[in-house]
Design a protein around this ligand. Structure first.
Ligand code: HEM
Length: 222
């Protein structure tokens, strides 16, 4: 199998795997809302269930279907499906980010969360909205390079939920409990890791092209 063929399934598989833990959390929360008891831990969700339900549905659609948009072969072979998925993904991503912002502003903080975590969420939620809008306007102008860059950024921030779960699990296993400021910083780290990775991915094709060019030039002069 060629490396590009491998990337065709490896990229979506890895991205879907990353979203499994937050999706599991979403399924538990929806089940709880459908028939569970009100407790101090979940009272804010029962008091206003619509935003969290829309948030989970939007996030799951966005993270699952979005995974296929980053498969190079899929984009090349099925451009019409890429466009169709894009038309579903932009509203789903906006729904996820706008409800995330709404919950940050209007749900009471659960115990241990504070203004720092809220400010992280306001920044990442707003950045997701901005990146989706800029990604959309770029493709309307047929600017594929900018479209790709903004869509990679928007998706990376959303997938922060998956990286946060992995970072937090690693911390709990290796170091100890993750509460209060520690939990907030671990959640922040999840977003920082993903944004750094996104910036690397955005610049990667240029680096690979330059390496190939250098290789070919070396072959010619040898
Ligand atoms: C722009 C990125 C995101 C922001 C700003 C954001 C923000 C939020 C906020 C403010 C809450 C309420 C937290 C609380 O009151 O305890 C929340 C809950 C939740 N979010 Fe997100 N979110 C984002 C992306 C995602 C993604 C991508 C997923 C899943 C794939 C996800 C899954 C969930 C789930 C399952 C809950 C309910 C948590 C619980 O049951 O305690 N979120 N989110």
């Amino acid at each position: 199998m060629t490396s590009s063929r491998r990337a065709d399934w490896l990229v979506p598989t890895a991205l879907i795997a990353l979203t499994l833990i937050p999706m599991g959390g979403g399924a538990i929360r929806l089940t709880d809302l459908a028939g569970g008891e009100v407790t101090p831990e979940n009272a804010r969700f029962f008091a206003a269930p619509l935003p969290v339900v829309l948030h989970i549905v939007g996030a799951v659609v966005y993270c699952l279907a979005g995974a296929f948009q980053f498969s190079p072969g899929f984009r090349r072979r099925k451009p019409a499906t890429h466009r169709l998925l894009g038309r579903i993904l932009i509203p789903a991503g906006l729904l996820m980010a706008l409800t995330g912002l709404w919950m940050t502003l209007f749900y009471p903080y659960p115990e241990g969360d504070g203004d720092l975590l809220a400010s992280f969420r306001l920044v990442t939620g707003s950045a997701t909205v901005l990146a989706l809008v800029l990604g959309f306007t770029a493709i309307r102008r047929r600017d594929i390079v900018r479209h790709r860059a903004w869509m990679v950024r928007a998706y990376a921030i959303a997938q922060g939920a998956g990286t946060q779960a992995l970072v937090t699990i690693a911390w709990v296993v290796l170091v100890g409990p993750a509460t209060g400021l520690t939990r907030t910083l671990l959640l922040g780290a999840g977003w920082v890791i993903n944004v750094a990775f996104a910036e690397w991915v955005i610049r990667e094709p240029g680096r690979r092209r330059r390496a190939l060019y250098r290789e070919r030039r070396a072959e010619r002069t040898a």
